[in-house]
Design a protein around this ligand. Structure first.
Ligand SMILES: Cc1cc2nc3c(=O)[nH]c(=O)nc-3n(C[C@H](O)[C@H](O)[C@H](O)COP(=O)(O)O)c2cc1C
Length: 408
C-alpha cells in the first residue's frame, strides 16, 4: 500500500512528535487531570445521549428533525473533544481529516456549532447567488432506516449569498479553532432554466459567489452533481466545461488572491456524482474524459467524490416515472463511492486533493476511503444514524492508524 500523503505535504507536528512544553508542578497537573476526566464524562454523556434519543428522533419528520438539530447546534455546548491530527495541502490546513459534507449547513448558520461538534472541516452550502426554496415536491427527505440511508430531493434550498455573508461576517475570529471552511457553490436553478447558454449562466453565478465568499473560504467546491436540479449534471460532461467555466473561475480566484497579497491559495475542487448523466456507474474512460482535462489544465485542484445517487434512488424508492427521483446517500452508496474515489485518485495523480464522501457510518469506512486514495473524508448521513460520536471516532482512528499506514 502506498502512502497517500507525500511527506513534503506534512508538517513536523503532523508526524506524531509530541510538542515540548513547560513542566507543570504536581498539584497543577492533578487539577488538569481531574478537569480532563470531568470533560470526558460530559462528552460521553452527549455522545450516548444521541443513541438513547434515537428512537424518538427517528419518529420526527426528517426536515423538522434537521431544523431542530440546527437549533441545538446553536447552544454553546461543546459536544465532542476535537481530535488534533493536522492536515495540510498546498496552503490548505484543517485540524483533522474528517469533515461535515455539504447540505447539513447550507447557509453557514451554525458554523461555530459544527466546530463544537469536533469537525476537522466543514463544507457549507450549496450556496446560491439568490435565495431559492428548493423543489416544491412532497416528501423531499426520507429516512430509509433499515438500509441506513437517506433519500432526498430537496434541490438547492438556499437563503442566498447575502444571508450567507452576513452569517460568516458575524463569526468571531476565534470561533473556528483550526476547522477549515470549504464553500460549496452552485448555479441558480431559476437562472439555469431560463438561460440560452446554461454553462455561461453557471459561470457568471459561480464567479459572483467566489468573489463574495473568498475572504471567508479556505477552499471552494463547485457543485454540478446534485441530482435534484434539472440540467445540472449535463454541464459536468460538457466539452466546454474547462474553457467556459473552470478556467474563468480559477483565473478570477487567483486574481482575487494576488490582490489580497497574502500568498494564500485556496483549492478549487469539483464535486462528482457517483454515476454519469445516463445514470450508469462511471467507467474509467468516461470518468477520465471528464476529470483528466480539468486536472491537467491546473484549474482544478481536486475532486469531492461523491454526491447522492439517482441510480440507487430509482431502484430503492418507488415513484411514478415522471416524478423527480431524488438521490440516495448513506450505507448503500459506499461501494460505488469507494470505486469512484479509487478511479479518481488513479486518474488525477498523487498531487490532487481528493475528498471522499458516501456512506461513512463507522471508523473502518473512513479508513477504507483513505486506502482508496482520499486525503480527507466527509460525512452527512452517518451523523444522522450514529450521532456526533462518529466524527471523533473516525478522526481518532485515522490519527491512530497513521504510523501503521506510513510503514505499509
Ligand atoms: C439532505 C441532504 C442534502 C444534501 N445537500 C447537498 C448540497 O446542498 N450540496 C451538495 O453538494 N451535496 C449535498 N448533499 C450530499 C452530501 O454532501 C454527500 O455528498 C452525500 O450525502 C454522501 O455522503 P453521506 O453518505 O455521508 O451522506 C446532501 C445530502 C443530503 C442527505
Amino acid at each position: 500500500m502506498n502512502l497517500r500523503i507525500p511527506a513534503t505535504r506534512r508538517k513536523p507536528s503532523e508526524l506524531g512528535r509530541a510538542p515540548e512544553g513547560p513542566r507543570l508542578n504536581p498539584t497543577a497537573s492533578t487539577r488538569i487531570r481531574a478537569f480532563d476526566a470531568t470533560r470526558s464524562c460530559v462528552y460521553s454523556f452527549f455522545m450516548s445521549a444521541y443513541q438513547m434519543l434515537w428512537p424518538v428522533i427517528r419518529c420526527l419528520p426528517p426536515e423538522f428533525a434537521h431544523t431542530l438539530g440546527l437549533r441545538l447546534l446553536r447552544l454553546p455546548w461543546r459536544w465532542n473533544r476535537p481530535v488534533a491530527d493536522p492536515f495540510a495541502w498546498n496552503g490548505f490546513h484543517c485540524r483533522h481529516r474528517v469533515g461535515i459534507a455539504a447540505g447539513l449547513d447550507k447557509n453557514a448558520a451554525v458554523v461555530p456549532g459544527l466546530e463544537r461538534l469536533g469537525a476537522g472541516f466543514v463544507e457549507i452550502g450549496t450556496i446560491l447567488v439568490e435565495p431559492w426554496p428548493g423543489n416544491q415536491v412532497s416528501p423531499r427527505l426520507r429516512r430509509l432506516v433499515a438500509q441506513r440511508a437517506l433519500w432526498n430531493r430537496l434541490g438547492f434550498t438556499s437563503l442566498g449569498l447575502k444571508q450567507v455573508l452576513m452569517n460568516l461576517q458575524s463569526l468571531q475570529p476565534t470561533a473556528l479553532r483550526g476547522m477549515a471552511i470549504l464553500c460549496n457553490i452552485g448555479p441558480h436553478p431559476g437562472r439555469l432554466r431560463k438561460a440560452d447558454d446554461p454553462l455561461l449562466a453557471a459561470r457568471d453565478d459561480l464567479r459572483t459567489l467566489v468573489e463574495g465568499l473568498h475572504r471567508f473560504a479556505d477552499g471552494f467546491v463547485i457543485n454540478l452533481s446534485s441530482p435534484n436540479t434539472r440540467g445540472l449534471r449535463s454541464l459536468l460532461q460538457s466539452d466546454r466545461l474547462r474553457a467556459a467555466l473552470l478556467q474563468p473561475i480559477g483565473t478570477h480566484l487567483r486574481h482575487l488572491e494576488s490582490a489580497e497579497g497574502q500568498g494564500r491559495r485556496r483549492p478549487l475542487l469539483l464535486k462528482l456524482p457517483p454515476e454519469d448523466q445516463e445514470r450508469q456507474p462511471w467507467n474509467r474512460d468516461n470518468l477520465a474524459r471528464v476529470i483528466c482535462p480539468l486536472i491537467e489544465s491546473g484549474w482544478c485542484d481536486g475532486l469531492v467524490a461523491v454526491n447522492t445517487s439517482v441510480r440507487l434512488a430509482t431502484t430503492m424508492v418507488r415513484l411514478p416515472p415522471e416524478d423527480l427521483p431524488g438521490g440516495i446517500s448513506g450505507e448503500p452508496l459506499r461501494p460505488e463511492a469507494l470505486r469512484v474515489v479509487s478511479m479518481v485518485r488513479e486518474l488525477s495523480g498523487p498531487k490532487a486533493l481528493v475528498i471522499g464522501s458516501g456512506g461513512i457510518l463507522r471508523a473502518d469506512d473512513a479508513v477504507a476511503f483513505l486506502d482508496a486514495g482520499a486525503d480527507l473524508v466527509e460525512i452527512y448521513s452517518g451523523l444522522i444514524y450514529r450521532g456526533p460520536r462518529l466524527l471523533t471516532e473516525c478522526a481518532q482512528t485515522l490519527k491512530d492508524r497513521r504510523p501503521q499506514r506510513a510503514v505499509n
